[in-house]
Ligand binder design. Structure first.
Ligand SMILES: [Zn+2]
Ligand SMILES: [Zn+2]
Length: 359
């Protein structure tokens, strides 16, 4: 029995679940043997490895599977080690950190339209992404738990499952709840943009230069508005504007970001939380300060390889530019500051040409 072709934005996990229904093979061991030629491969939501085995089982090409049906394009621009060949032939799933960020989620209105268009509902990649709480198409809250009784819609990590329309207690999962939070919708759309564009983009190092430039632009007038005493103290010490930005001013940036997105939303993301505590840098010059462990600090000021979660970049770009979409549009003008503009413009063109093949 052939592996069915994927529906638009369908997760590979979902395609395998539909293959199970068509073949009547449900246990994990037989599924793994038949599809991958190996025993006991756990279901994966994000980036299934061993795609080469699947190419022989259906009519989709390796590129098609990887770009249209795994989360590879979402992660690849931010993780140097994530190479296409590894995914094709690697014997193990990329379990560890990526999978932890993902969960099964569905949109009631997508389920209805999937039934209309394809005769069955399926898991959409965009709904599985970390921090995506609303459907970017319909602007309704995604469902991860039954709204009536609170049961998770995911049964087990050891089995593939189809998109449910009822919870185990029989409550409908098709009632939509409108989203009224603009930030959530923007974030979902931005995540979709990154997923669909396959962000080759501006390299992670250039991205960090952009952050530094934009933040420095912000800090100078702020710094000048500081009380004279503070200015004097900073000038007398060995700290320059960069250090001021990284230490005292950092907390202003962080507070602004919290007030824009809301603590609740930020807490829900799989990011290292902000550390509590007051920093007295003069006494602790040789120690790591607590806030140096914040994701916001790390992504802004630490070597970029240290921080490569796409979600952190999506939040920060949303904060600095209003949205990733805006960033893409403003990039050409903005990046003349850094000289990275032409590179970005070039990669964007390549992306949009490449994109035609896929979307
Ligand atoms: Zn939807
Ligand atoms: Zn229920």
């Amino acid at each position: 029995m052939m592996l069915p072709d994927g529906y638009p934005d369908e997760a590979l996990y979902s395609i395998i679940a539909r293959w199970q229904i068509r073949t009547g093979v449900f246990d994990l061991r037989s599924t793994s043997e038949l599809l991958f030629g190996r025993e006991s491969r756990r279901p994966v939501l994000g980036i299934q490895t061993g795609i080469a085995d699947l190419v022989e089982k259906g009519s989709m090409s390796a590129d098609e599977i990887i770009y249209r049906h795994t989360l590879y394009p979402y992660y690849k621009g931010f993780r140097k080690w994530l190479r296409m060949n590894d995914i094709l032939n690697a014997p193990h799933a990329l379990w560890t950190d990526l999978e932890r960020e993902l969960r099964l989620a569905s949109c009631p209105l997508c389920i209805v339209s999937d039934f209309e268009n394809f005769g069955e509902p399926y898991w959409h990649r965009i709904h599985l992404l970390p921090g995506v709480m609303v459907c970017p198409q319909h602007n309704v809250m995604l469902i991860t738990h039954c709204p009536m009784c609170g049961q998770s819609i995911a049964d087990s990590k050891r089995a593939y499952q189809l998109t449910p329309t009822y919870c185990p207690a029989g409550h409908s999962l098709l009632n939509e709840i409108r989203n009224l939070n603009e930030s959530l919708l923007t974030f979902a759309k931005d995540s979709q943009l990154v997923l669909f564009s396959g962000w080759n983009g501006i390299g992670a190092a250039d991205l960090q230069q952009v952050y530094a430039d934009v933040l420095t632009e912000r800090v100078i007038p702020e710094f000048e508005a500081y009380p004279y005493k503070t200015q004097l103290r900073v000038q007398r010490s060995r700290f320059n504007i960069g250090s001021f930005l990284k230490n005292e001013f950092y907390f202003e940036i962080r507070n602004e970001l919290i007030s824009q997105f809301g603590q609740e939303f930020l807490d829900s993301l799989p990011l290292r939380p902000f550390q509590e505590g007051i920093v007295r840098y003069r006494n602790q010059r040789y120690e790591h300060k607590k806030h140096h462990y914040d994701w916001l600090y790390r992504i802004s000021f630490r070597p970029i390889d240290v921080y490569s979660a796409p979600i952190a970049h999506i939040v920060l770009l949303g904060f600095l530019f209003g949205s990733v979409q805006n960033f893409f549009e403003m990039t050409a003008a903005k990046l003349e500051l850094t000289g990275a503009a032409s590179e970005v413009a070039a990669t964007m063109e390549i992306e949009s040409n490449e994109g035609d093949d896929y979307y």
